[in-house]
Ligand binder design. Structure first.
Ligand SMILES: Cc1ncc(COP(=O)(O)O)c(C=O)c1O
Length: 387
């Protein structure tokens, strides 16, 4: 049976072109970039090249890029780094209720340490209202963190508007955005978004796992998370992962260069899947924006009231379809998704959620395979456990 991998929001397969770019770096760039000898210089040159390529893609300066181990570290560095650097100026932080746990948990940890946290609500489709952000910003607000696109329901936030509203209220407030899910789908150049800090990760854009970046606009106050050597201009200690940096640079370049084609491909498949499901399954609840122009092009998130999401996933797997009940990290948890709760979805309905995220490797046939399997599975499960 052919497999249909419909969980690209969890992670993506490695693009063969990324692998091709990484292999020489793995083979020849093994030296420690901090050394002075030839082997070290070879590694250093590859690292510089990767950073320059990232800077060219994001249209920023190379020294504004801090290489990290991925989205989680970038988010933690942004949040803890600003809190530590600016605690003397204020202790108020703002975020939204539907952030990834890589943002929410460090925010909550800071709250437990004595910072004041405002968690902004979202509307029924997951949108943060820029005027509500502006109203929440105070003289002592040191950081606002709102994600560019949500990993569960695909809501694309009006980040440029939010950033503008924040800066108008308090130009010293640092604006961070987790754009981990947004790269390759929307314009993530920091200047286009108007942010000071931006988190990205390679493994959501057909790059390797364990590498990401934090964009740090010049003069944005930030204390390091990891202490040790002086790498990344004293902002992130640890011997650099040269081959992964090359992988990230290549994956990011391709994601931006091919954004239009990738978006069109994903949208075509996602829309076909939605048309089929909407026609063949009742009742069915769409989560996230009904206006598909305002959600990630590859994201479909639905609830099938009366059915357990985990049961759907297991049956789908047997039918050759890989999908998710929401965010990868909350799979297996009995708590309803905090994102769905924030939308006002009741716990029972939230437990019936299915996230389908298509990608580059998917074909129309695979989407048809899923569209044929899902209605049958839902019917079977509903017959087993009538509501
Ligand atoms: C929105 C968002 N932020 C952060 C992360 C964490 O990124 P990483 O897996 O690279 O640590 C993820 C991954 O699921 C994500 O979807």
């Amino acid at each position: 049976m052919e497999r249909a991998y419909l969980d690209h929001a969890a992670t993506t397969p490695l693009d063969p072109r990324v692998l091709e770019a990484m292999l020489p770096a793995l083979r020849d760039g093994w030296g420690n970039p901090s050394g002075v000898y030839r082997e070290a210089q070879a590694a250093h040159a590859l690292l510089d090249e990767a950073r320059d390529s990232i800077a060219a893609t994001l249209e920023c300066a190379a020294r504004e890029i801090i290489l990290t181990s991925g989205g989680t570290e970038s988010d933690n560095l942004a949040i803890r780094g600003v809190a530590q650097a600016r605690a003397h100026a204020g202790r108020h932080l703002i975020t939204s209720a539907i952030e990834h746990h890589a943002v929410l948990h460090p925010m909550e940890a800071l709250e437990a340490e004595g910072f004041e946290l405002t968690v902004l609500p979202v509307d029924g489709e997951g949108f943060v209202d820029p005027s509500e952000v502006a109203a929440a910003v105070r003289e002592d607000t040191i950081l606002v963190s709102v994600m560019a696109a949500n990993n569960e329901i695909g809501t694309v936030q009006p980040i440029a508007e939010i950033a503008r509203a924040v800066k108008e209220r308090n130009p010293r407030t640092v604006m961070h955005s987790d754009a981990v899910q947004a790269a390759g789908a929307i314009d993530v150049r920091p200047d286009a978004l108007g942010v000071d800090l931006l988190s990205l990760t390679a493994h959501k854009i057909y790059g390797p796992k364990g590498v990401g970046l934090l964009y740090q606009r010049r003069r944005t106050p930030l204390e390091p998370l990891l202490l040790g050597g002086g790498q990344e201009e004293e902002r992130r200690a640890g011997t650099e992962n040269v081959a992964s940096a090359v992988g990230l640079a290549t994956a990011l370049r391709l994601a931006c260069e091919e954004q239009a084609a990738r978006t069109a491909h994903a949208r075509g498949l996602r829309d076909a899947l939605w048309r089929e499901l909407r026609e063949r399954v009742h009742p069915l609840r769409l989560n996230g924006p009904a206006d598909f122009e305002r959600r990630l092009p590859n994201n479909l998130h639905v609830c099938f009231p009366g059915v357990e999401g985990e049961s759907i996933l297991l049956q789908l797997d047997m039918e050759g379809v890989a999908a998710s009940s929401g965010s990868a990290c909350s799979t297996g948890s009995t708590e309803p998704s905090h994102v769905l709760s924030a939308l006002g979805v009741d716990a029972d309905t939230a437990h019936s959620a299915l996230r389908l995220s298509v990608g580059q490797s998917n074909t129309e046939a695979q989407v048809e395979q899923a569209a044929a399997a899902i209605p049958q599975i839902i019917e079977r499960l509903r017959a087993l456990a009538p509501v």
